[in-house]
Design a binder for this molecule. Structure first.
Ligand code: SAH
Ligand code: SF4
Ligand code: F3S
Length: 447
């Protein structure tokens, strides 16, 4: 195979943690070919946008970024340099051929289940054997079997254990962009987990679009659940902290709840999206849980671990949402007192059932509701962060801080933290006393 050393790549990632994981795997595919990471798109021979289709804004932003990449491609061409522009991820799956029509200068487009072909595709285009390439195959073969071994980039790594979703919430594109649910076999996950530990990770975040419906086969062919897998991952010596995301409320079982009581390595923080606090809206969303189901799960989790902090996603302005429905969401927030949350205005996605439902809410109302909800969410988040002042927390330093001599890291509760710390503490878990707090970050002193 040709060696491409001297050539560089640049990957821009949009969307969820699954995309961050996929971008990491793409980077290692390119590095195996000899390419090095570029610090900016203009310095790259291969520019890739790993895209997200979840809301209109995210999807549209890609096209303006692509336009800028095309300018770079033209400028580089004037200097006699070739540039390959690629698009991967959920926008590719959703737009299919449209993407090459809307951005004809794109050299290749690979769906989220097809990027294992990256090496061969880039090679063919460099060698001018192939001019344009589009692959959005949805076949059952697992991409994970066709990727080189993963290795740690730092102290904290993502590990995809499950992909796709069968829930078909009526607003959501994920079942169409990532396909049906697929769980990786237990042994494959453990092998990757051990390798990440050996190459320097102390924290693993097990990923899936619906991670707690995990049902991978063990070596004997028996289906195992997420609780089983968490116990197995916890047995790996080098792994000190474990998280999993994102969970679907109806698939939280008692065994999983017990993990929060029994597994010390499992962090006391859970992202468990409710979306809405109104049963009427949840029903129209096709969520398989009610507001009470959800509150009961949170109660059980708090019984299992009284220190657990909850996080959620919310959608405001779903078709037909009344003021009273919205108040029910506010009420859930006041009960659960989330320590962190993500909230969005409902975005109409072509092809999803909710896009054609009656009772679409006007933008002005969505905006007002989002503001009210976010003010409340931020007040709980700020309160939680302020209550951290004076406490000592175990922080995993993941990178350099804003200022010289500082490192940035995360507490067990996923709070961002900055502290003066020696570079030797990078990728280590260190006791830090919290000295100050705002809505989005903490500062502290290494103890
Ligand atoms: N699988 C995860 C996350 C899916 S996408 C889950 O089920 O929770 C992340 C978040 O984006 C969702 O939780 C939801 O709050 C939001 N989202 C999805 N589709 C949306 C849409 N059409 N408009 C606004 N927000 C949306
Ligand atoms: Fe989308 Fe619902 Fe599946 Fe989450 S559970 S990915 S919101 S369809
Ligand atoms: Fe976006 Fe696809 Fe993730 S649509 S949120 S990148 S699964």
């Amino acid at each position: 195979m040709a060696n491409y050393s001297g050539k560089k790549y640049y990957i821009k990632t949009f969307g969820c943690q699954m995309n961050v994981y996929d971008s990491g795997r793409m980077a290692s595919l390119l590095e195996a070919m000899g390419l090095a990471k570029a610090s900016e798109p203009a310095a790259a021979d291969v520019i890739i946008f790993n895209t997200c289709h979840i809301r209109e804004k995210a999807a549209e932003k890609v096209f303006s970024d692509l336009g800028r990449a095309y300018l770079i491609k033209q400028e580089r061409a004037e200097k006699g340099k070739d540039t390959i522009i690629g698009v991967t991820g959920c926008v590719v799956q959703a737009e299919d051929e449209e993407i090459l029509k809307r951005a004809p200068y794109v050299d290749f487009a690979l769906g989220p289940l097809r990027y294992f072909r990256l090496r061969e595709v880039v090679q063919e285009i460099f060698d001018k054997r192939e001019a344009k390439l589009l692959d959005t195959d949805f076949s059952a073969e697992s991409k994970f079997d066709r990727l080189p071994e993963n290795k740690a980039e730092g102290g904290c790594s993502y590990l995809a254990i499950q992909e796709g979703c069968n829930n078909f919430c009526t607003y959501c594109v994920v079942p169409y962009t990532r396909g049906i649910e697929m769980s990786r076999p237990v042994e494959d996950v453990l092998k990757e987990a051990r390798r990440l530990a050996e190459t320097g990770s102390v924290e693993l975040n097990l990923l899936g679009q619906n991670v707690n419906s995990y049902h991978g086969e063990d070596a004997s062919g028996r289906e195992r659940n997420l609780a089983y897998l968490l116990n197995k991952v916890a047995e790996i010596d080098g792994i000190k902290r474990i998280r999993y995301t994102t969970s679907y409320p109806a698939d939280v079982d008692d065994e999983l709840i017990r993990c929060h009581k029994e597994l010390d390595k499992l962090m006391p923080y859970l992202h468990l999206p409710i979306q809405s606090g109104s049963d009427a809206v949840l029903k129209k969303m096709n969520r398989r849980h009610t507001r009470d189901d959800y509150l009961r799960i949170v109660e059980k989790l708090k019984e299992a671990n009284p220190d657990i902090g909850m996080s959620s996603d919310f959608i405001v302005g779903f078709p037909g949402e009344t003021d009273d429905d919205f108040q029910q969401t506010i009420d859930v927030v006041n009960r659960v007192k989330y320590i962190q949350a993500f909230s969005f205005k409902y975005s109409r996605r072509p092809g999803t059932p909710a896009a054609v439902m009656d009772g679409q809410i006007e933008e002005k109302v969505k905006k007002e509701r989002l503001q009210v909800l976010q003010d409340l969410l931020f007040s709980y988040q700020t309160q939680f962060n302020k209550n951290s002042i004076g406490k000592t927390m175990q922080v995993l330093f993941e990178g350099r801080g804003r200022h010289r001599g500082q490192l940035a890291g995360r507490t067990p509760y996923m709070q961002n933290l900055h502290a003066k710390a020696d570079i030797s503490l990078l990728n280590k878990i260190v006791d830090v006393r919290i000295t100050d707090a705002s809505t989005n970050s903490l500062s502290g002193e290494v103890v």
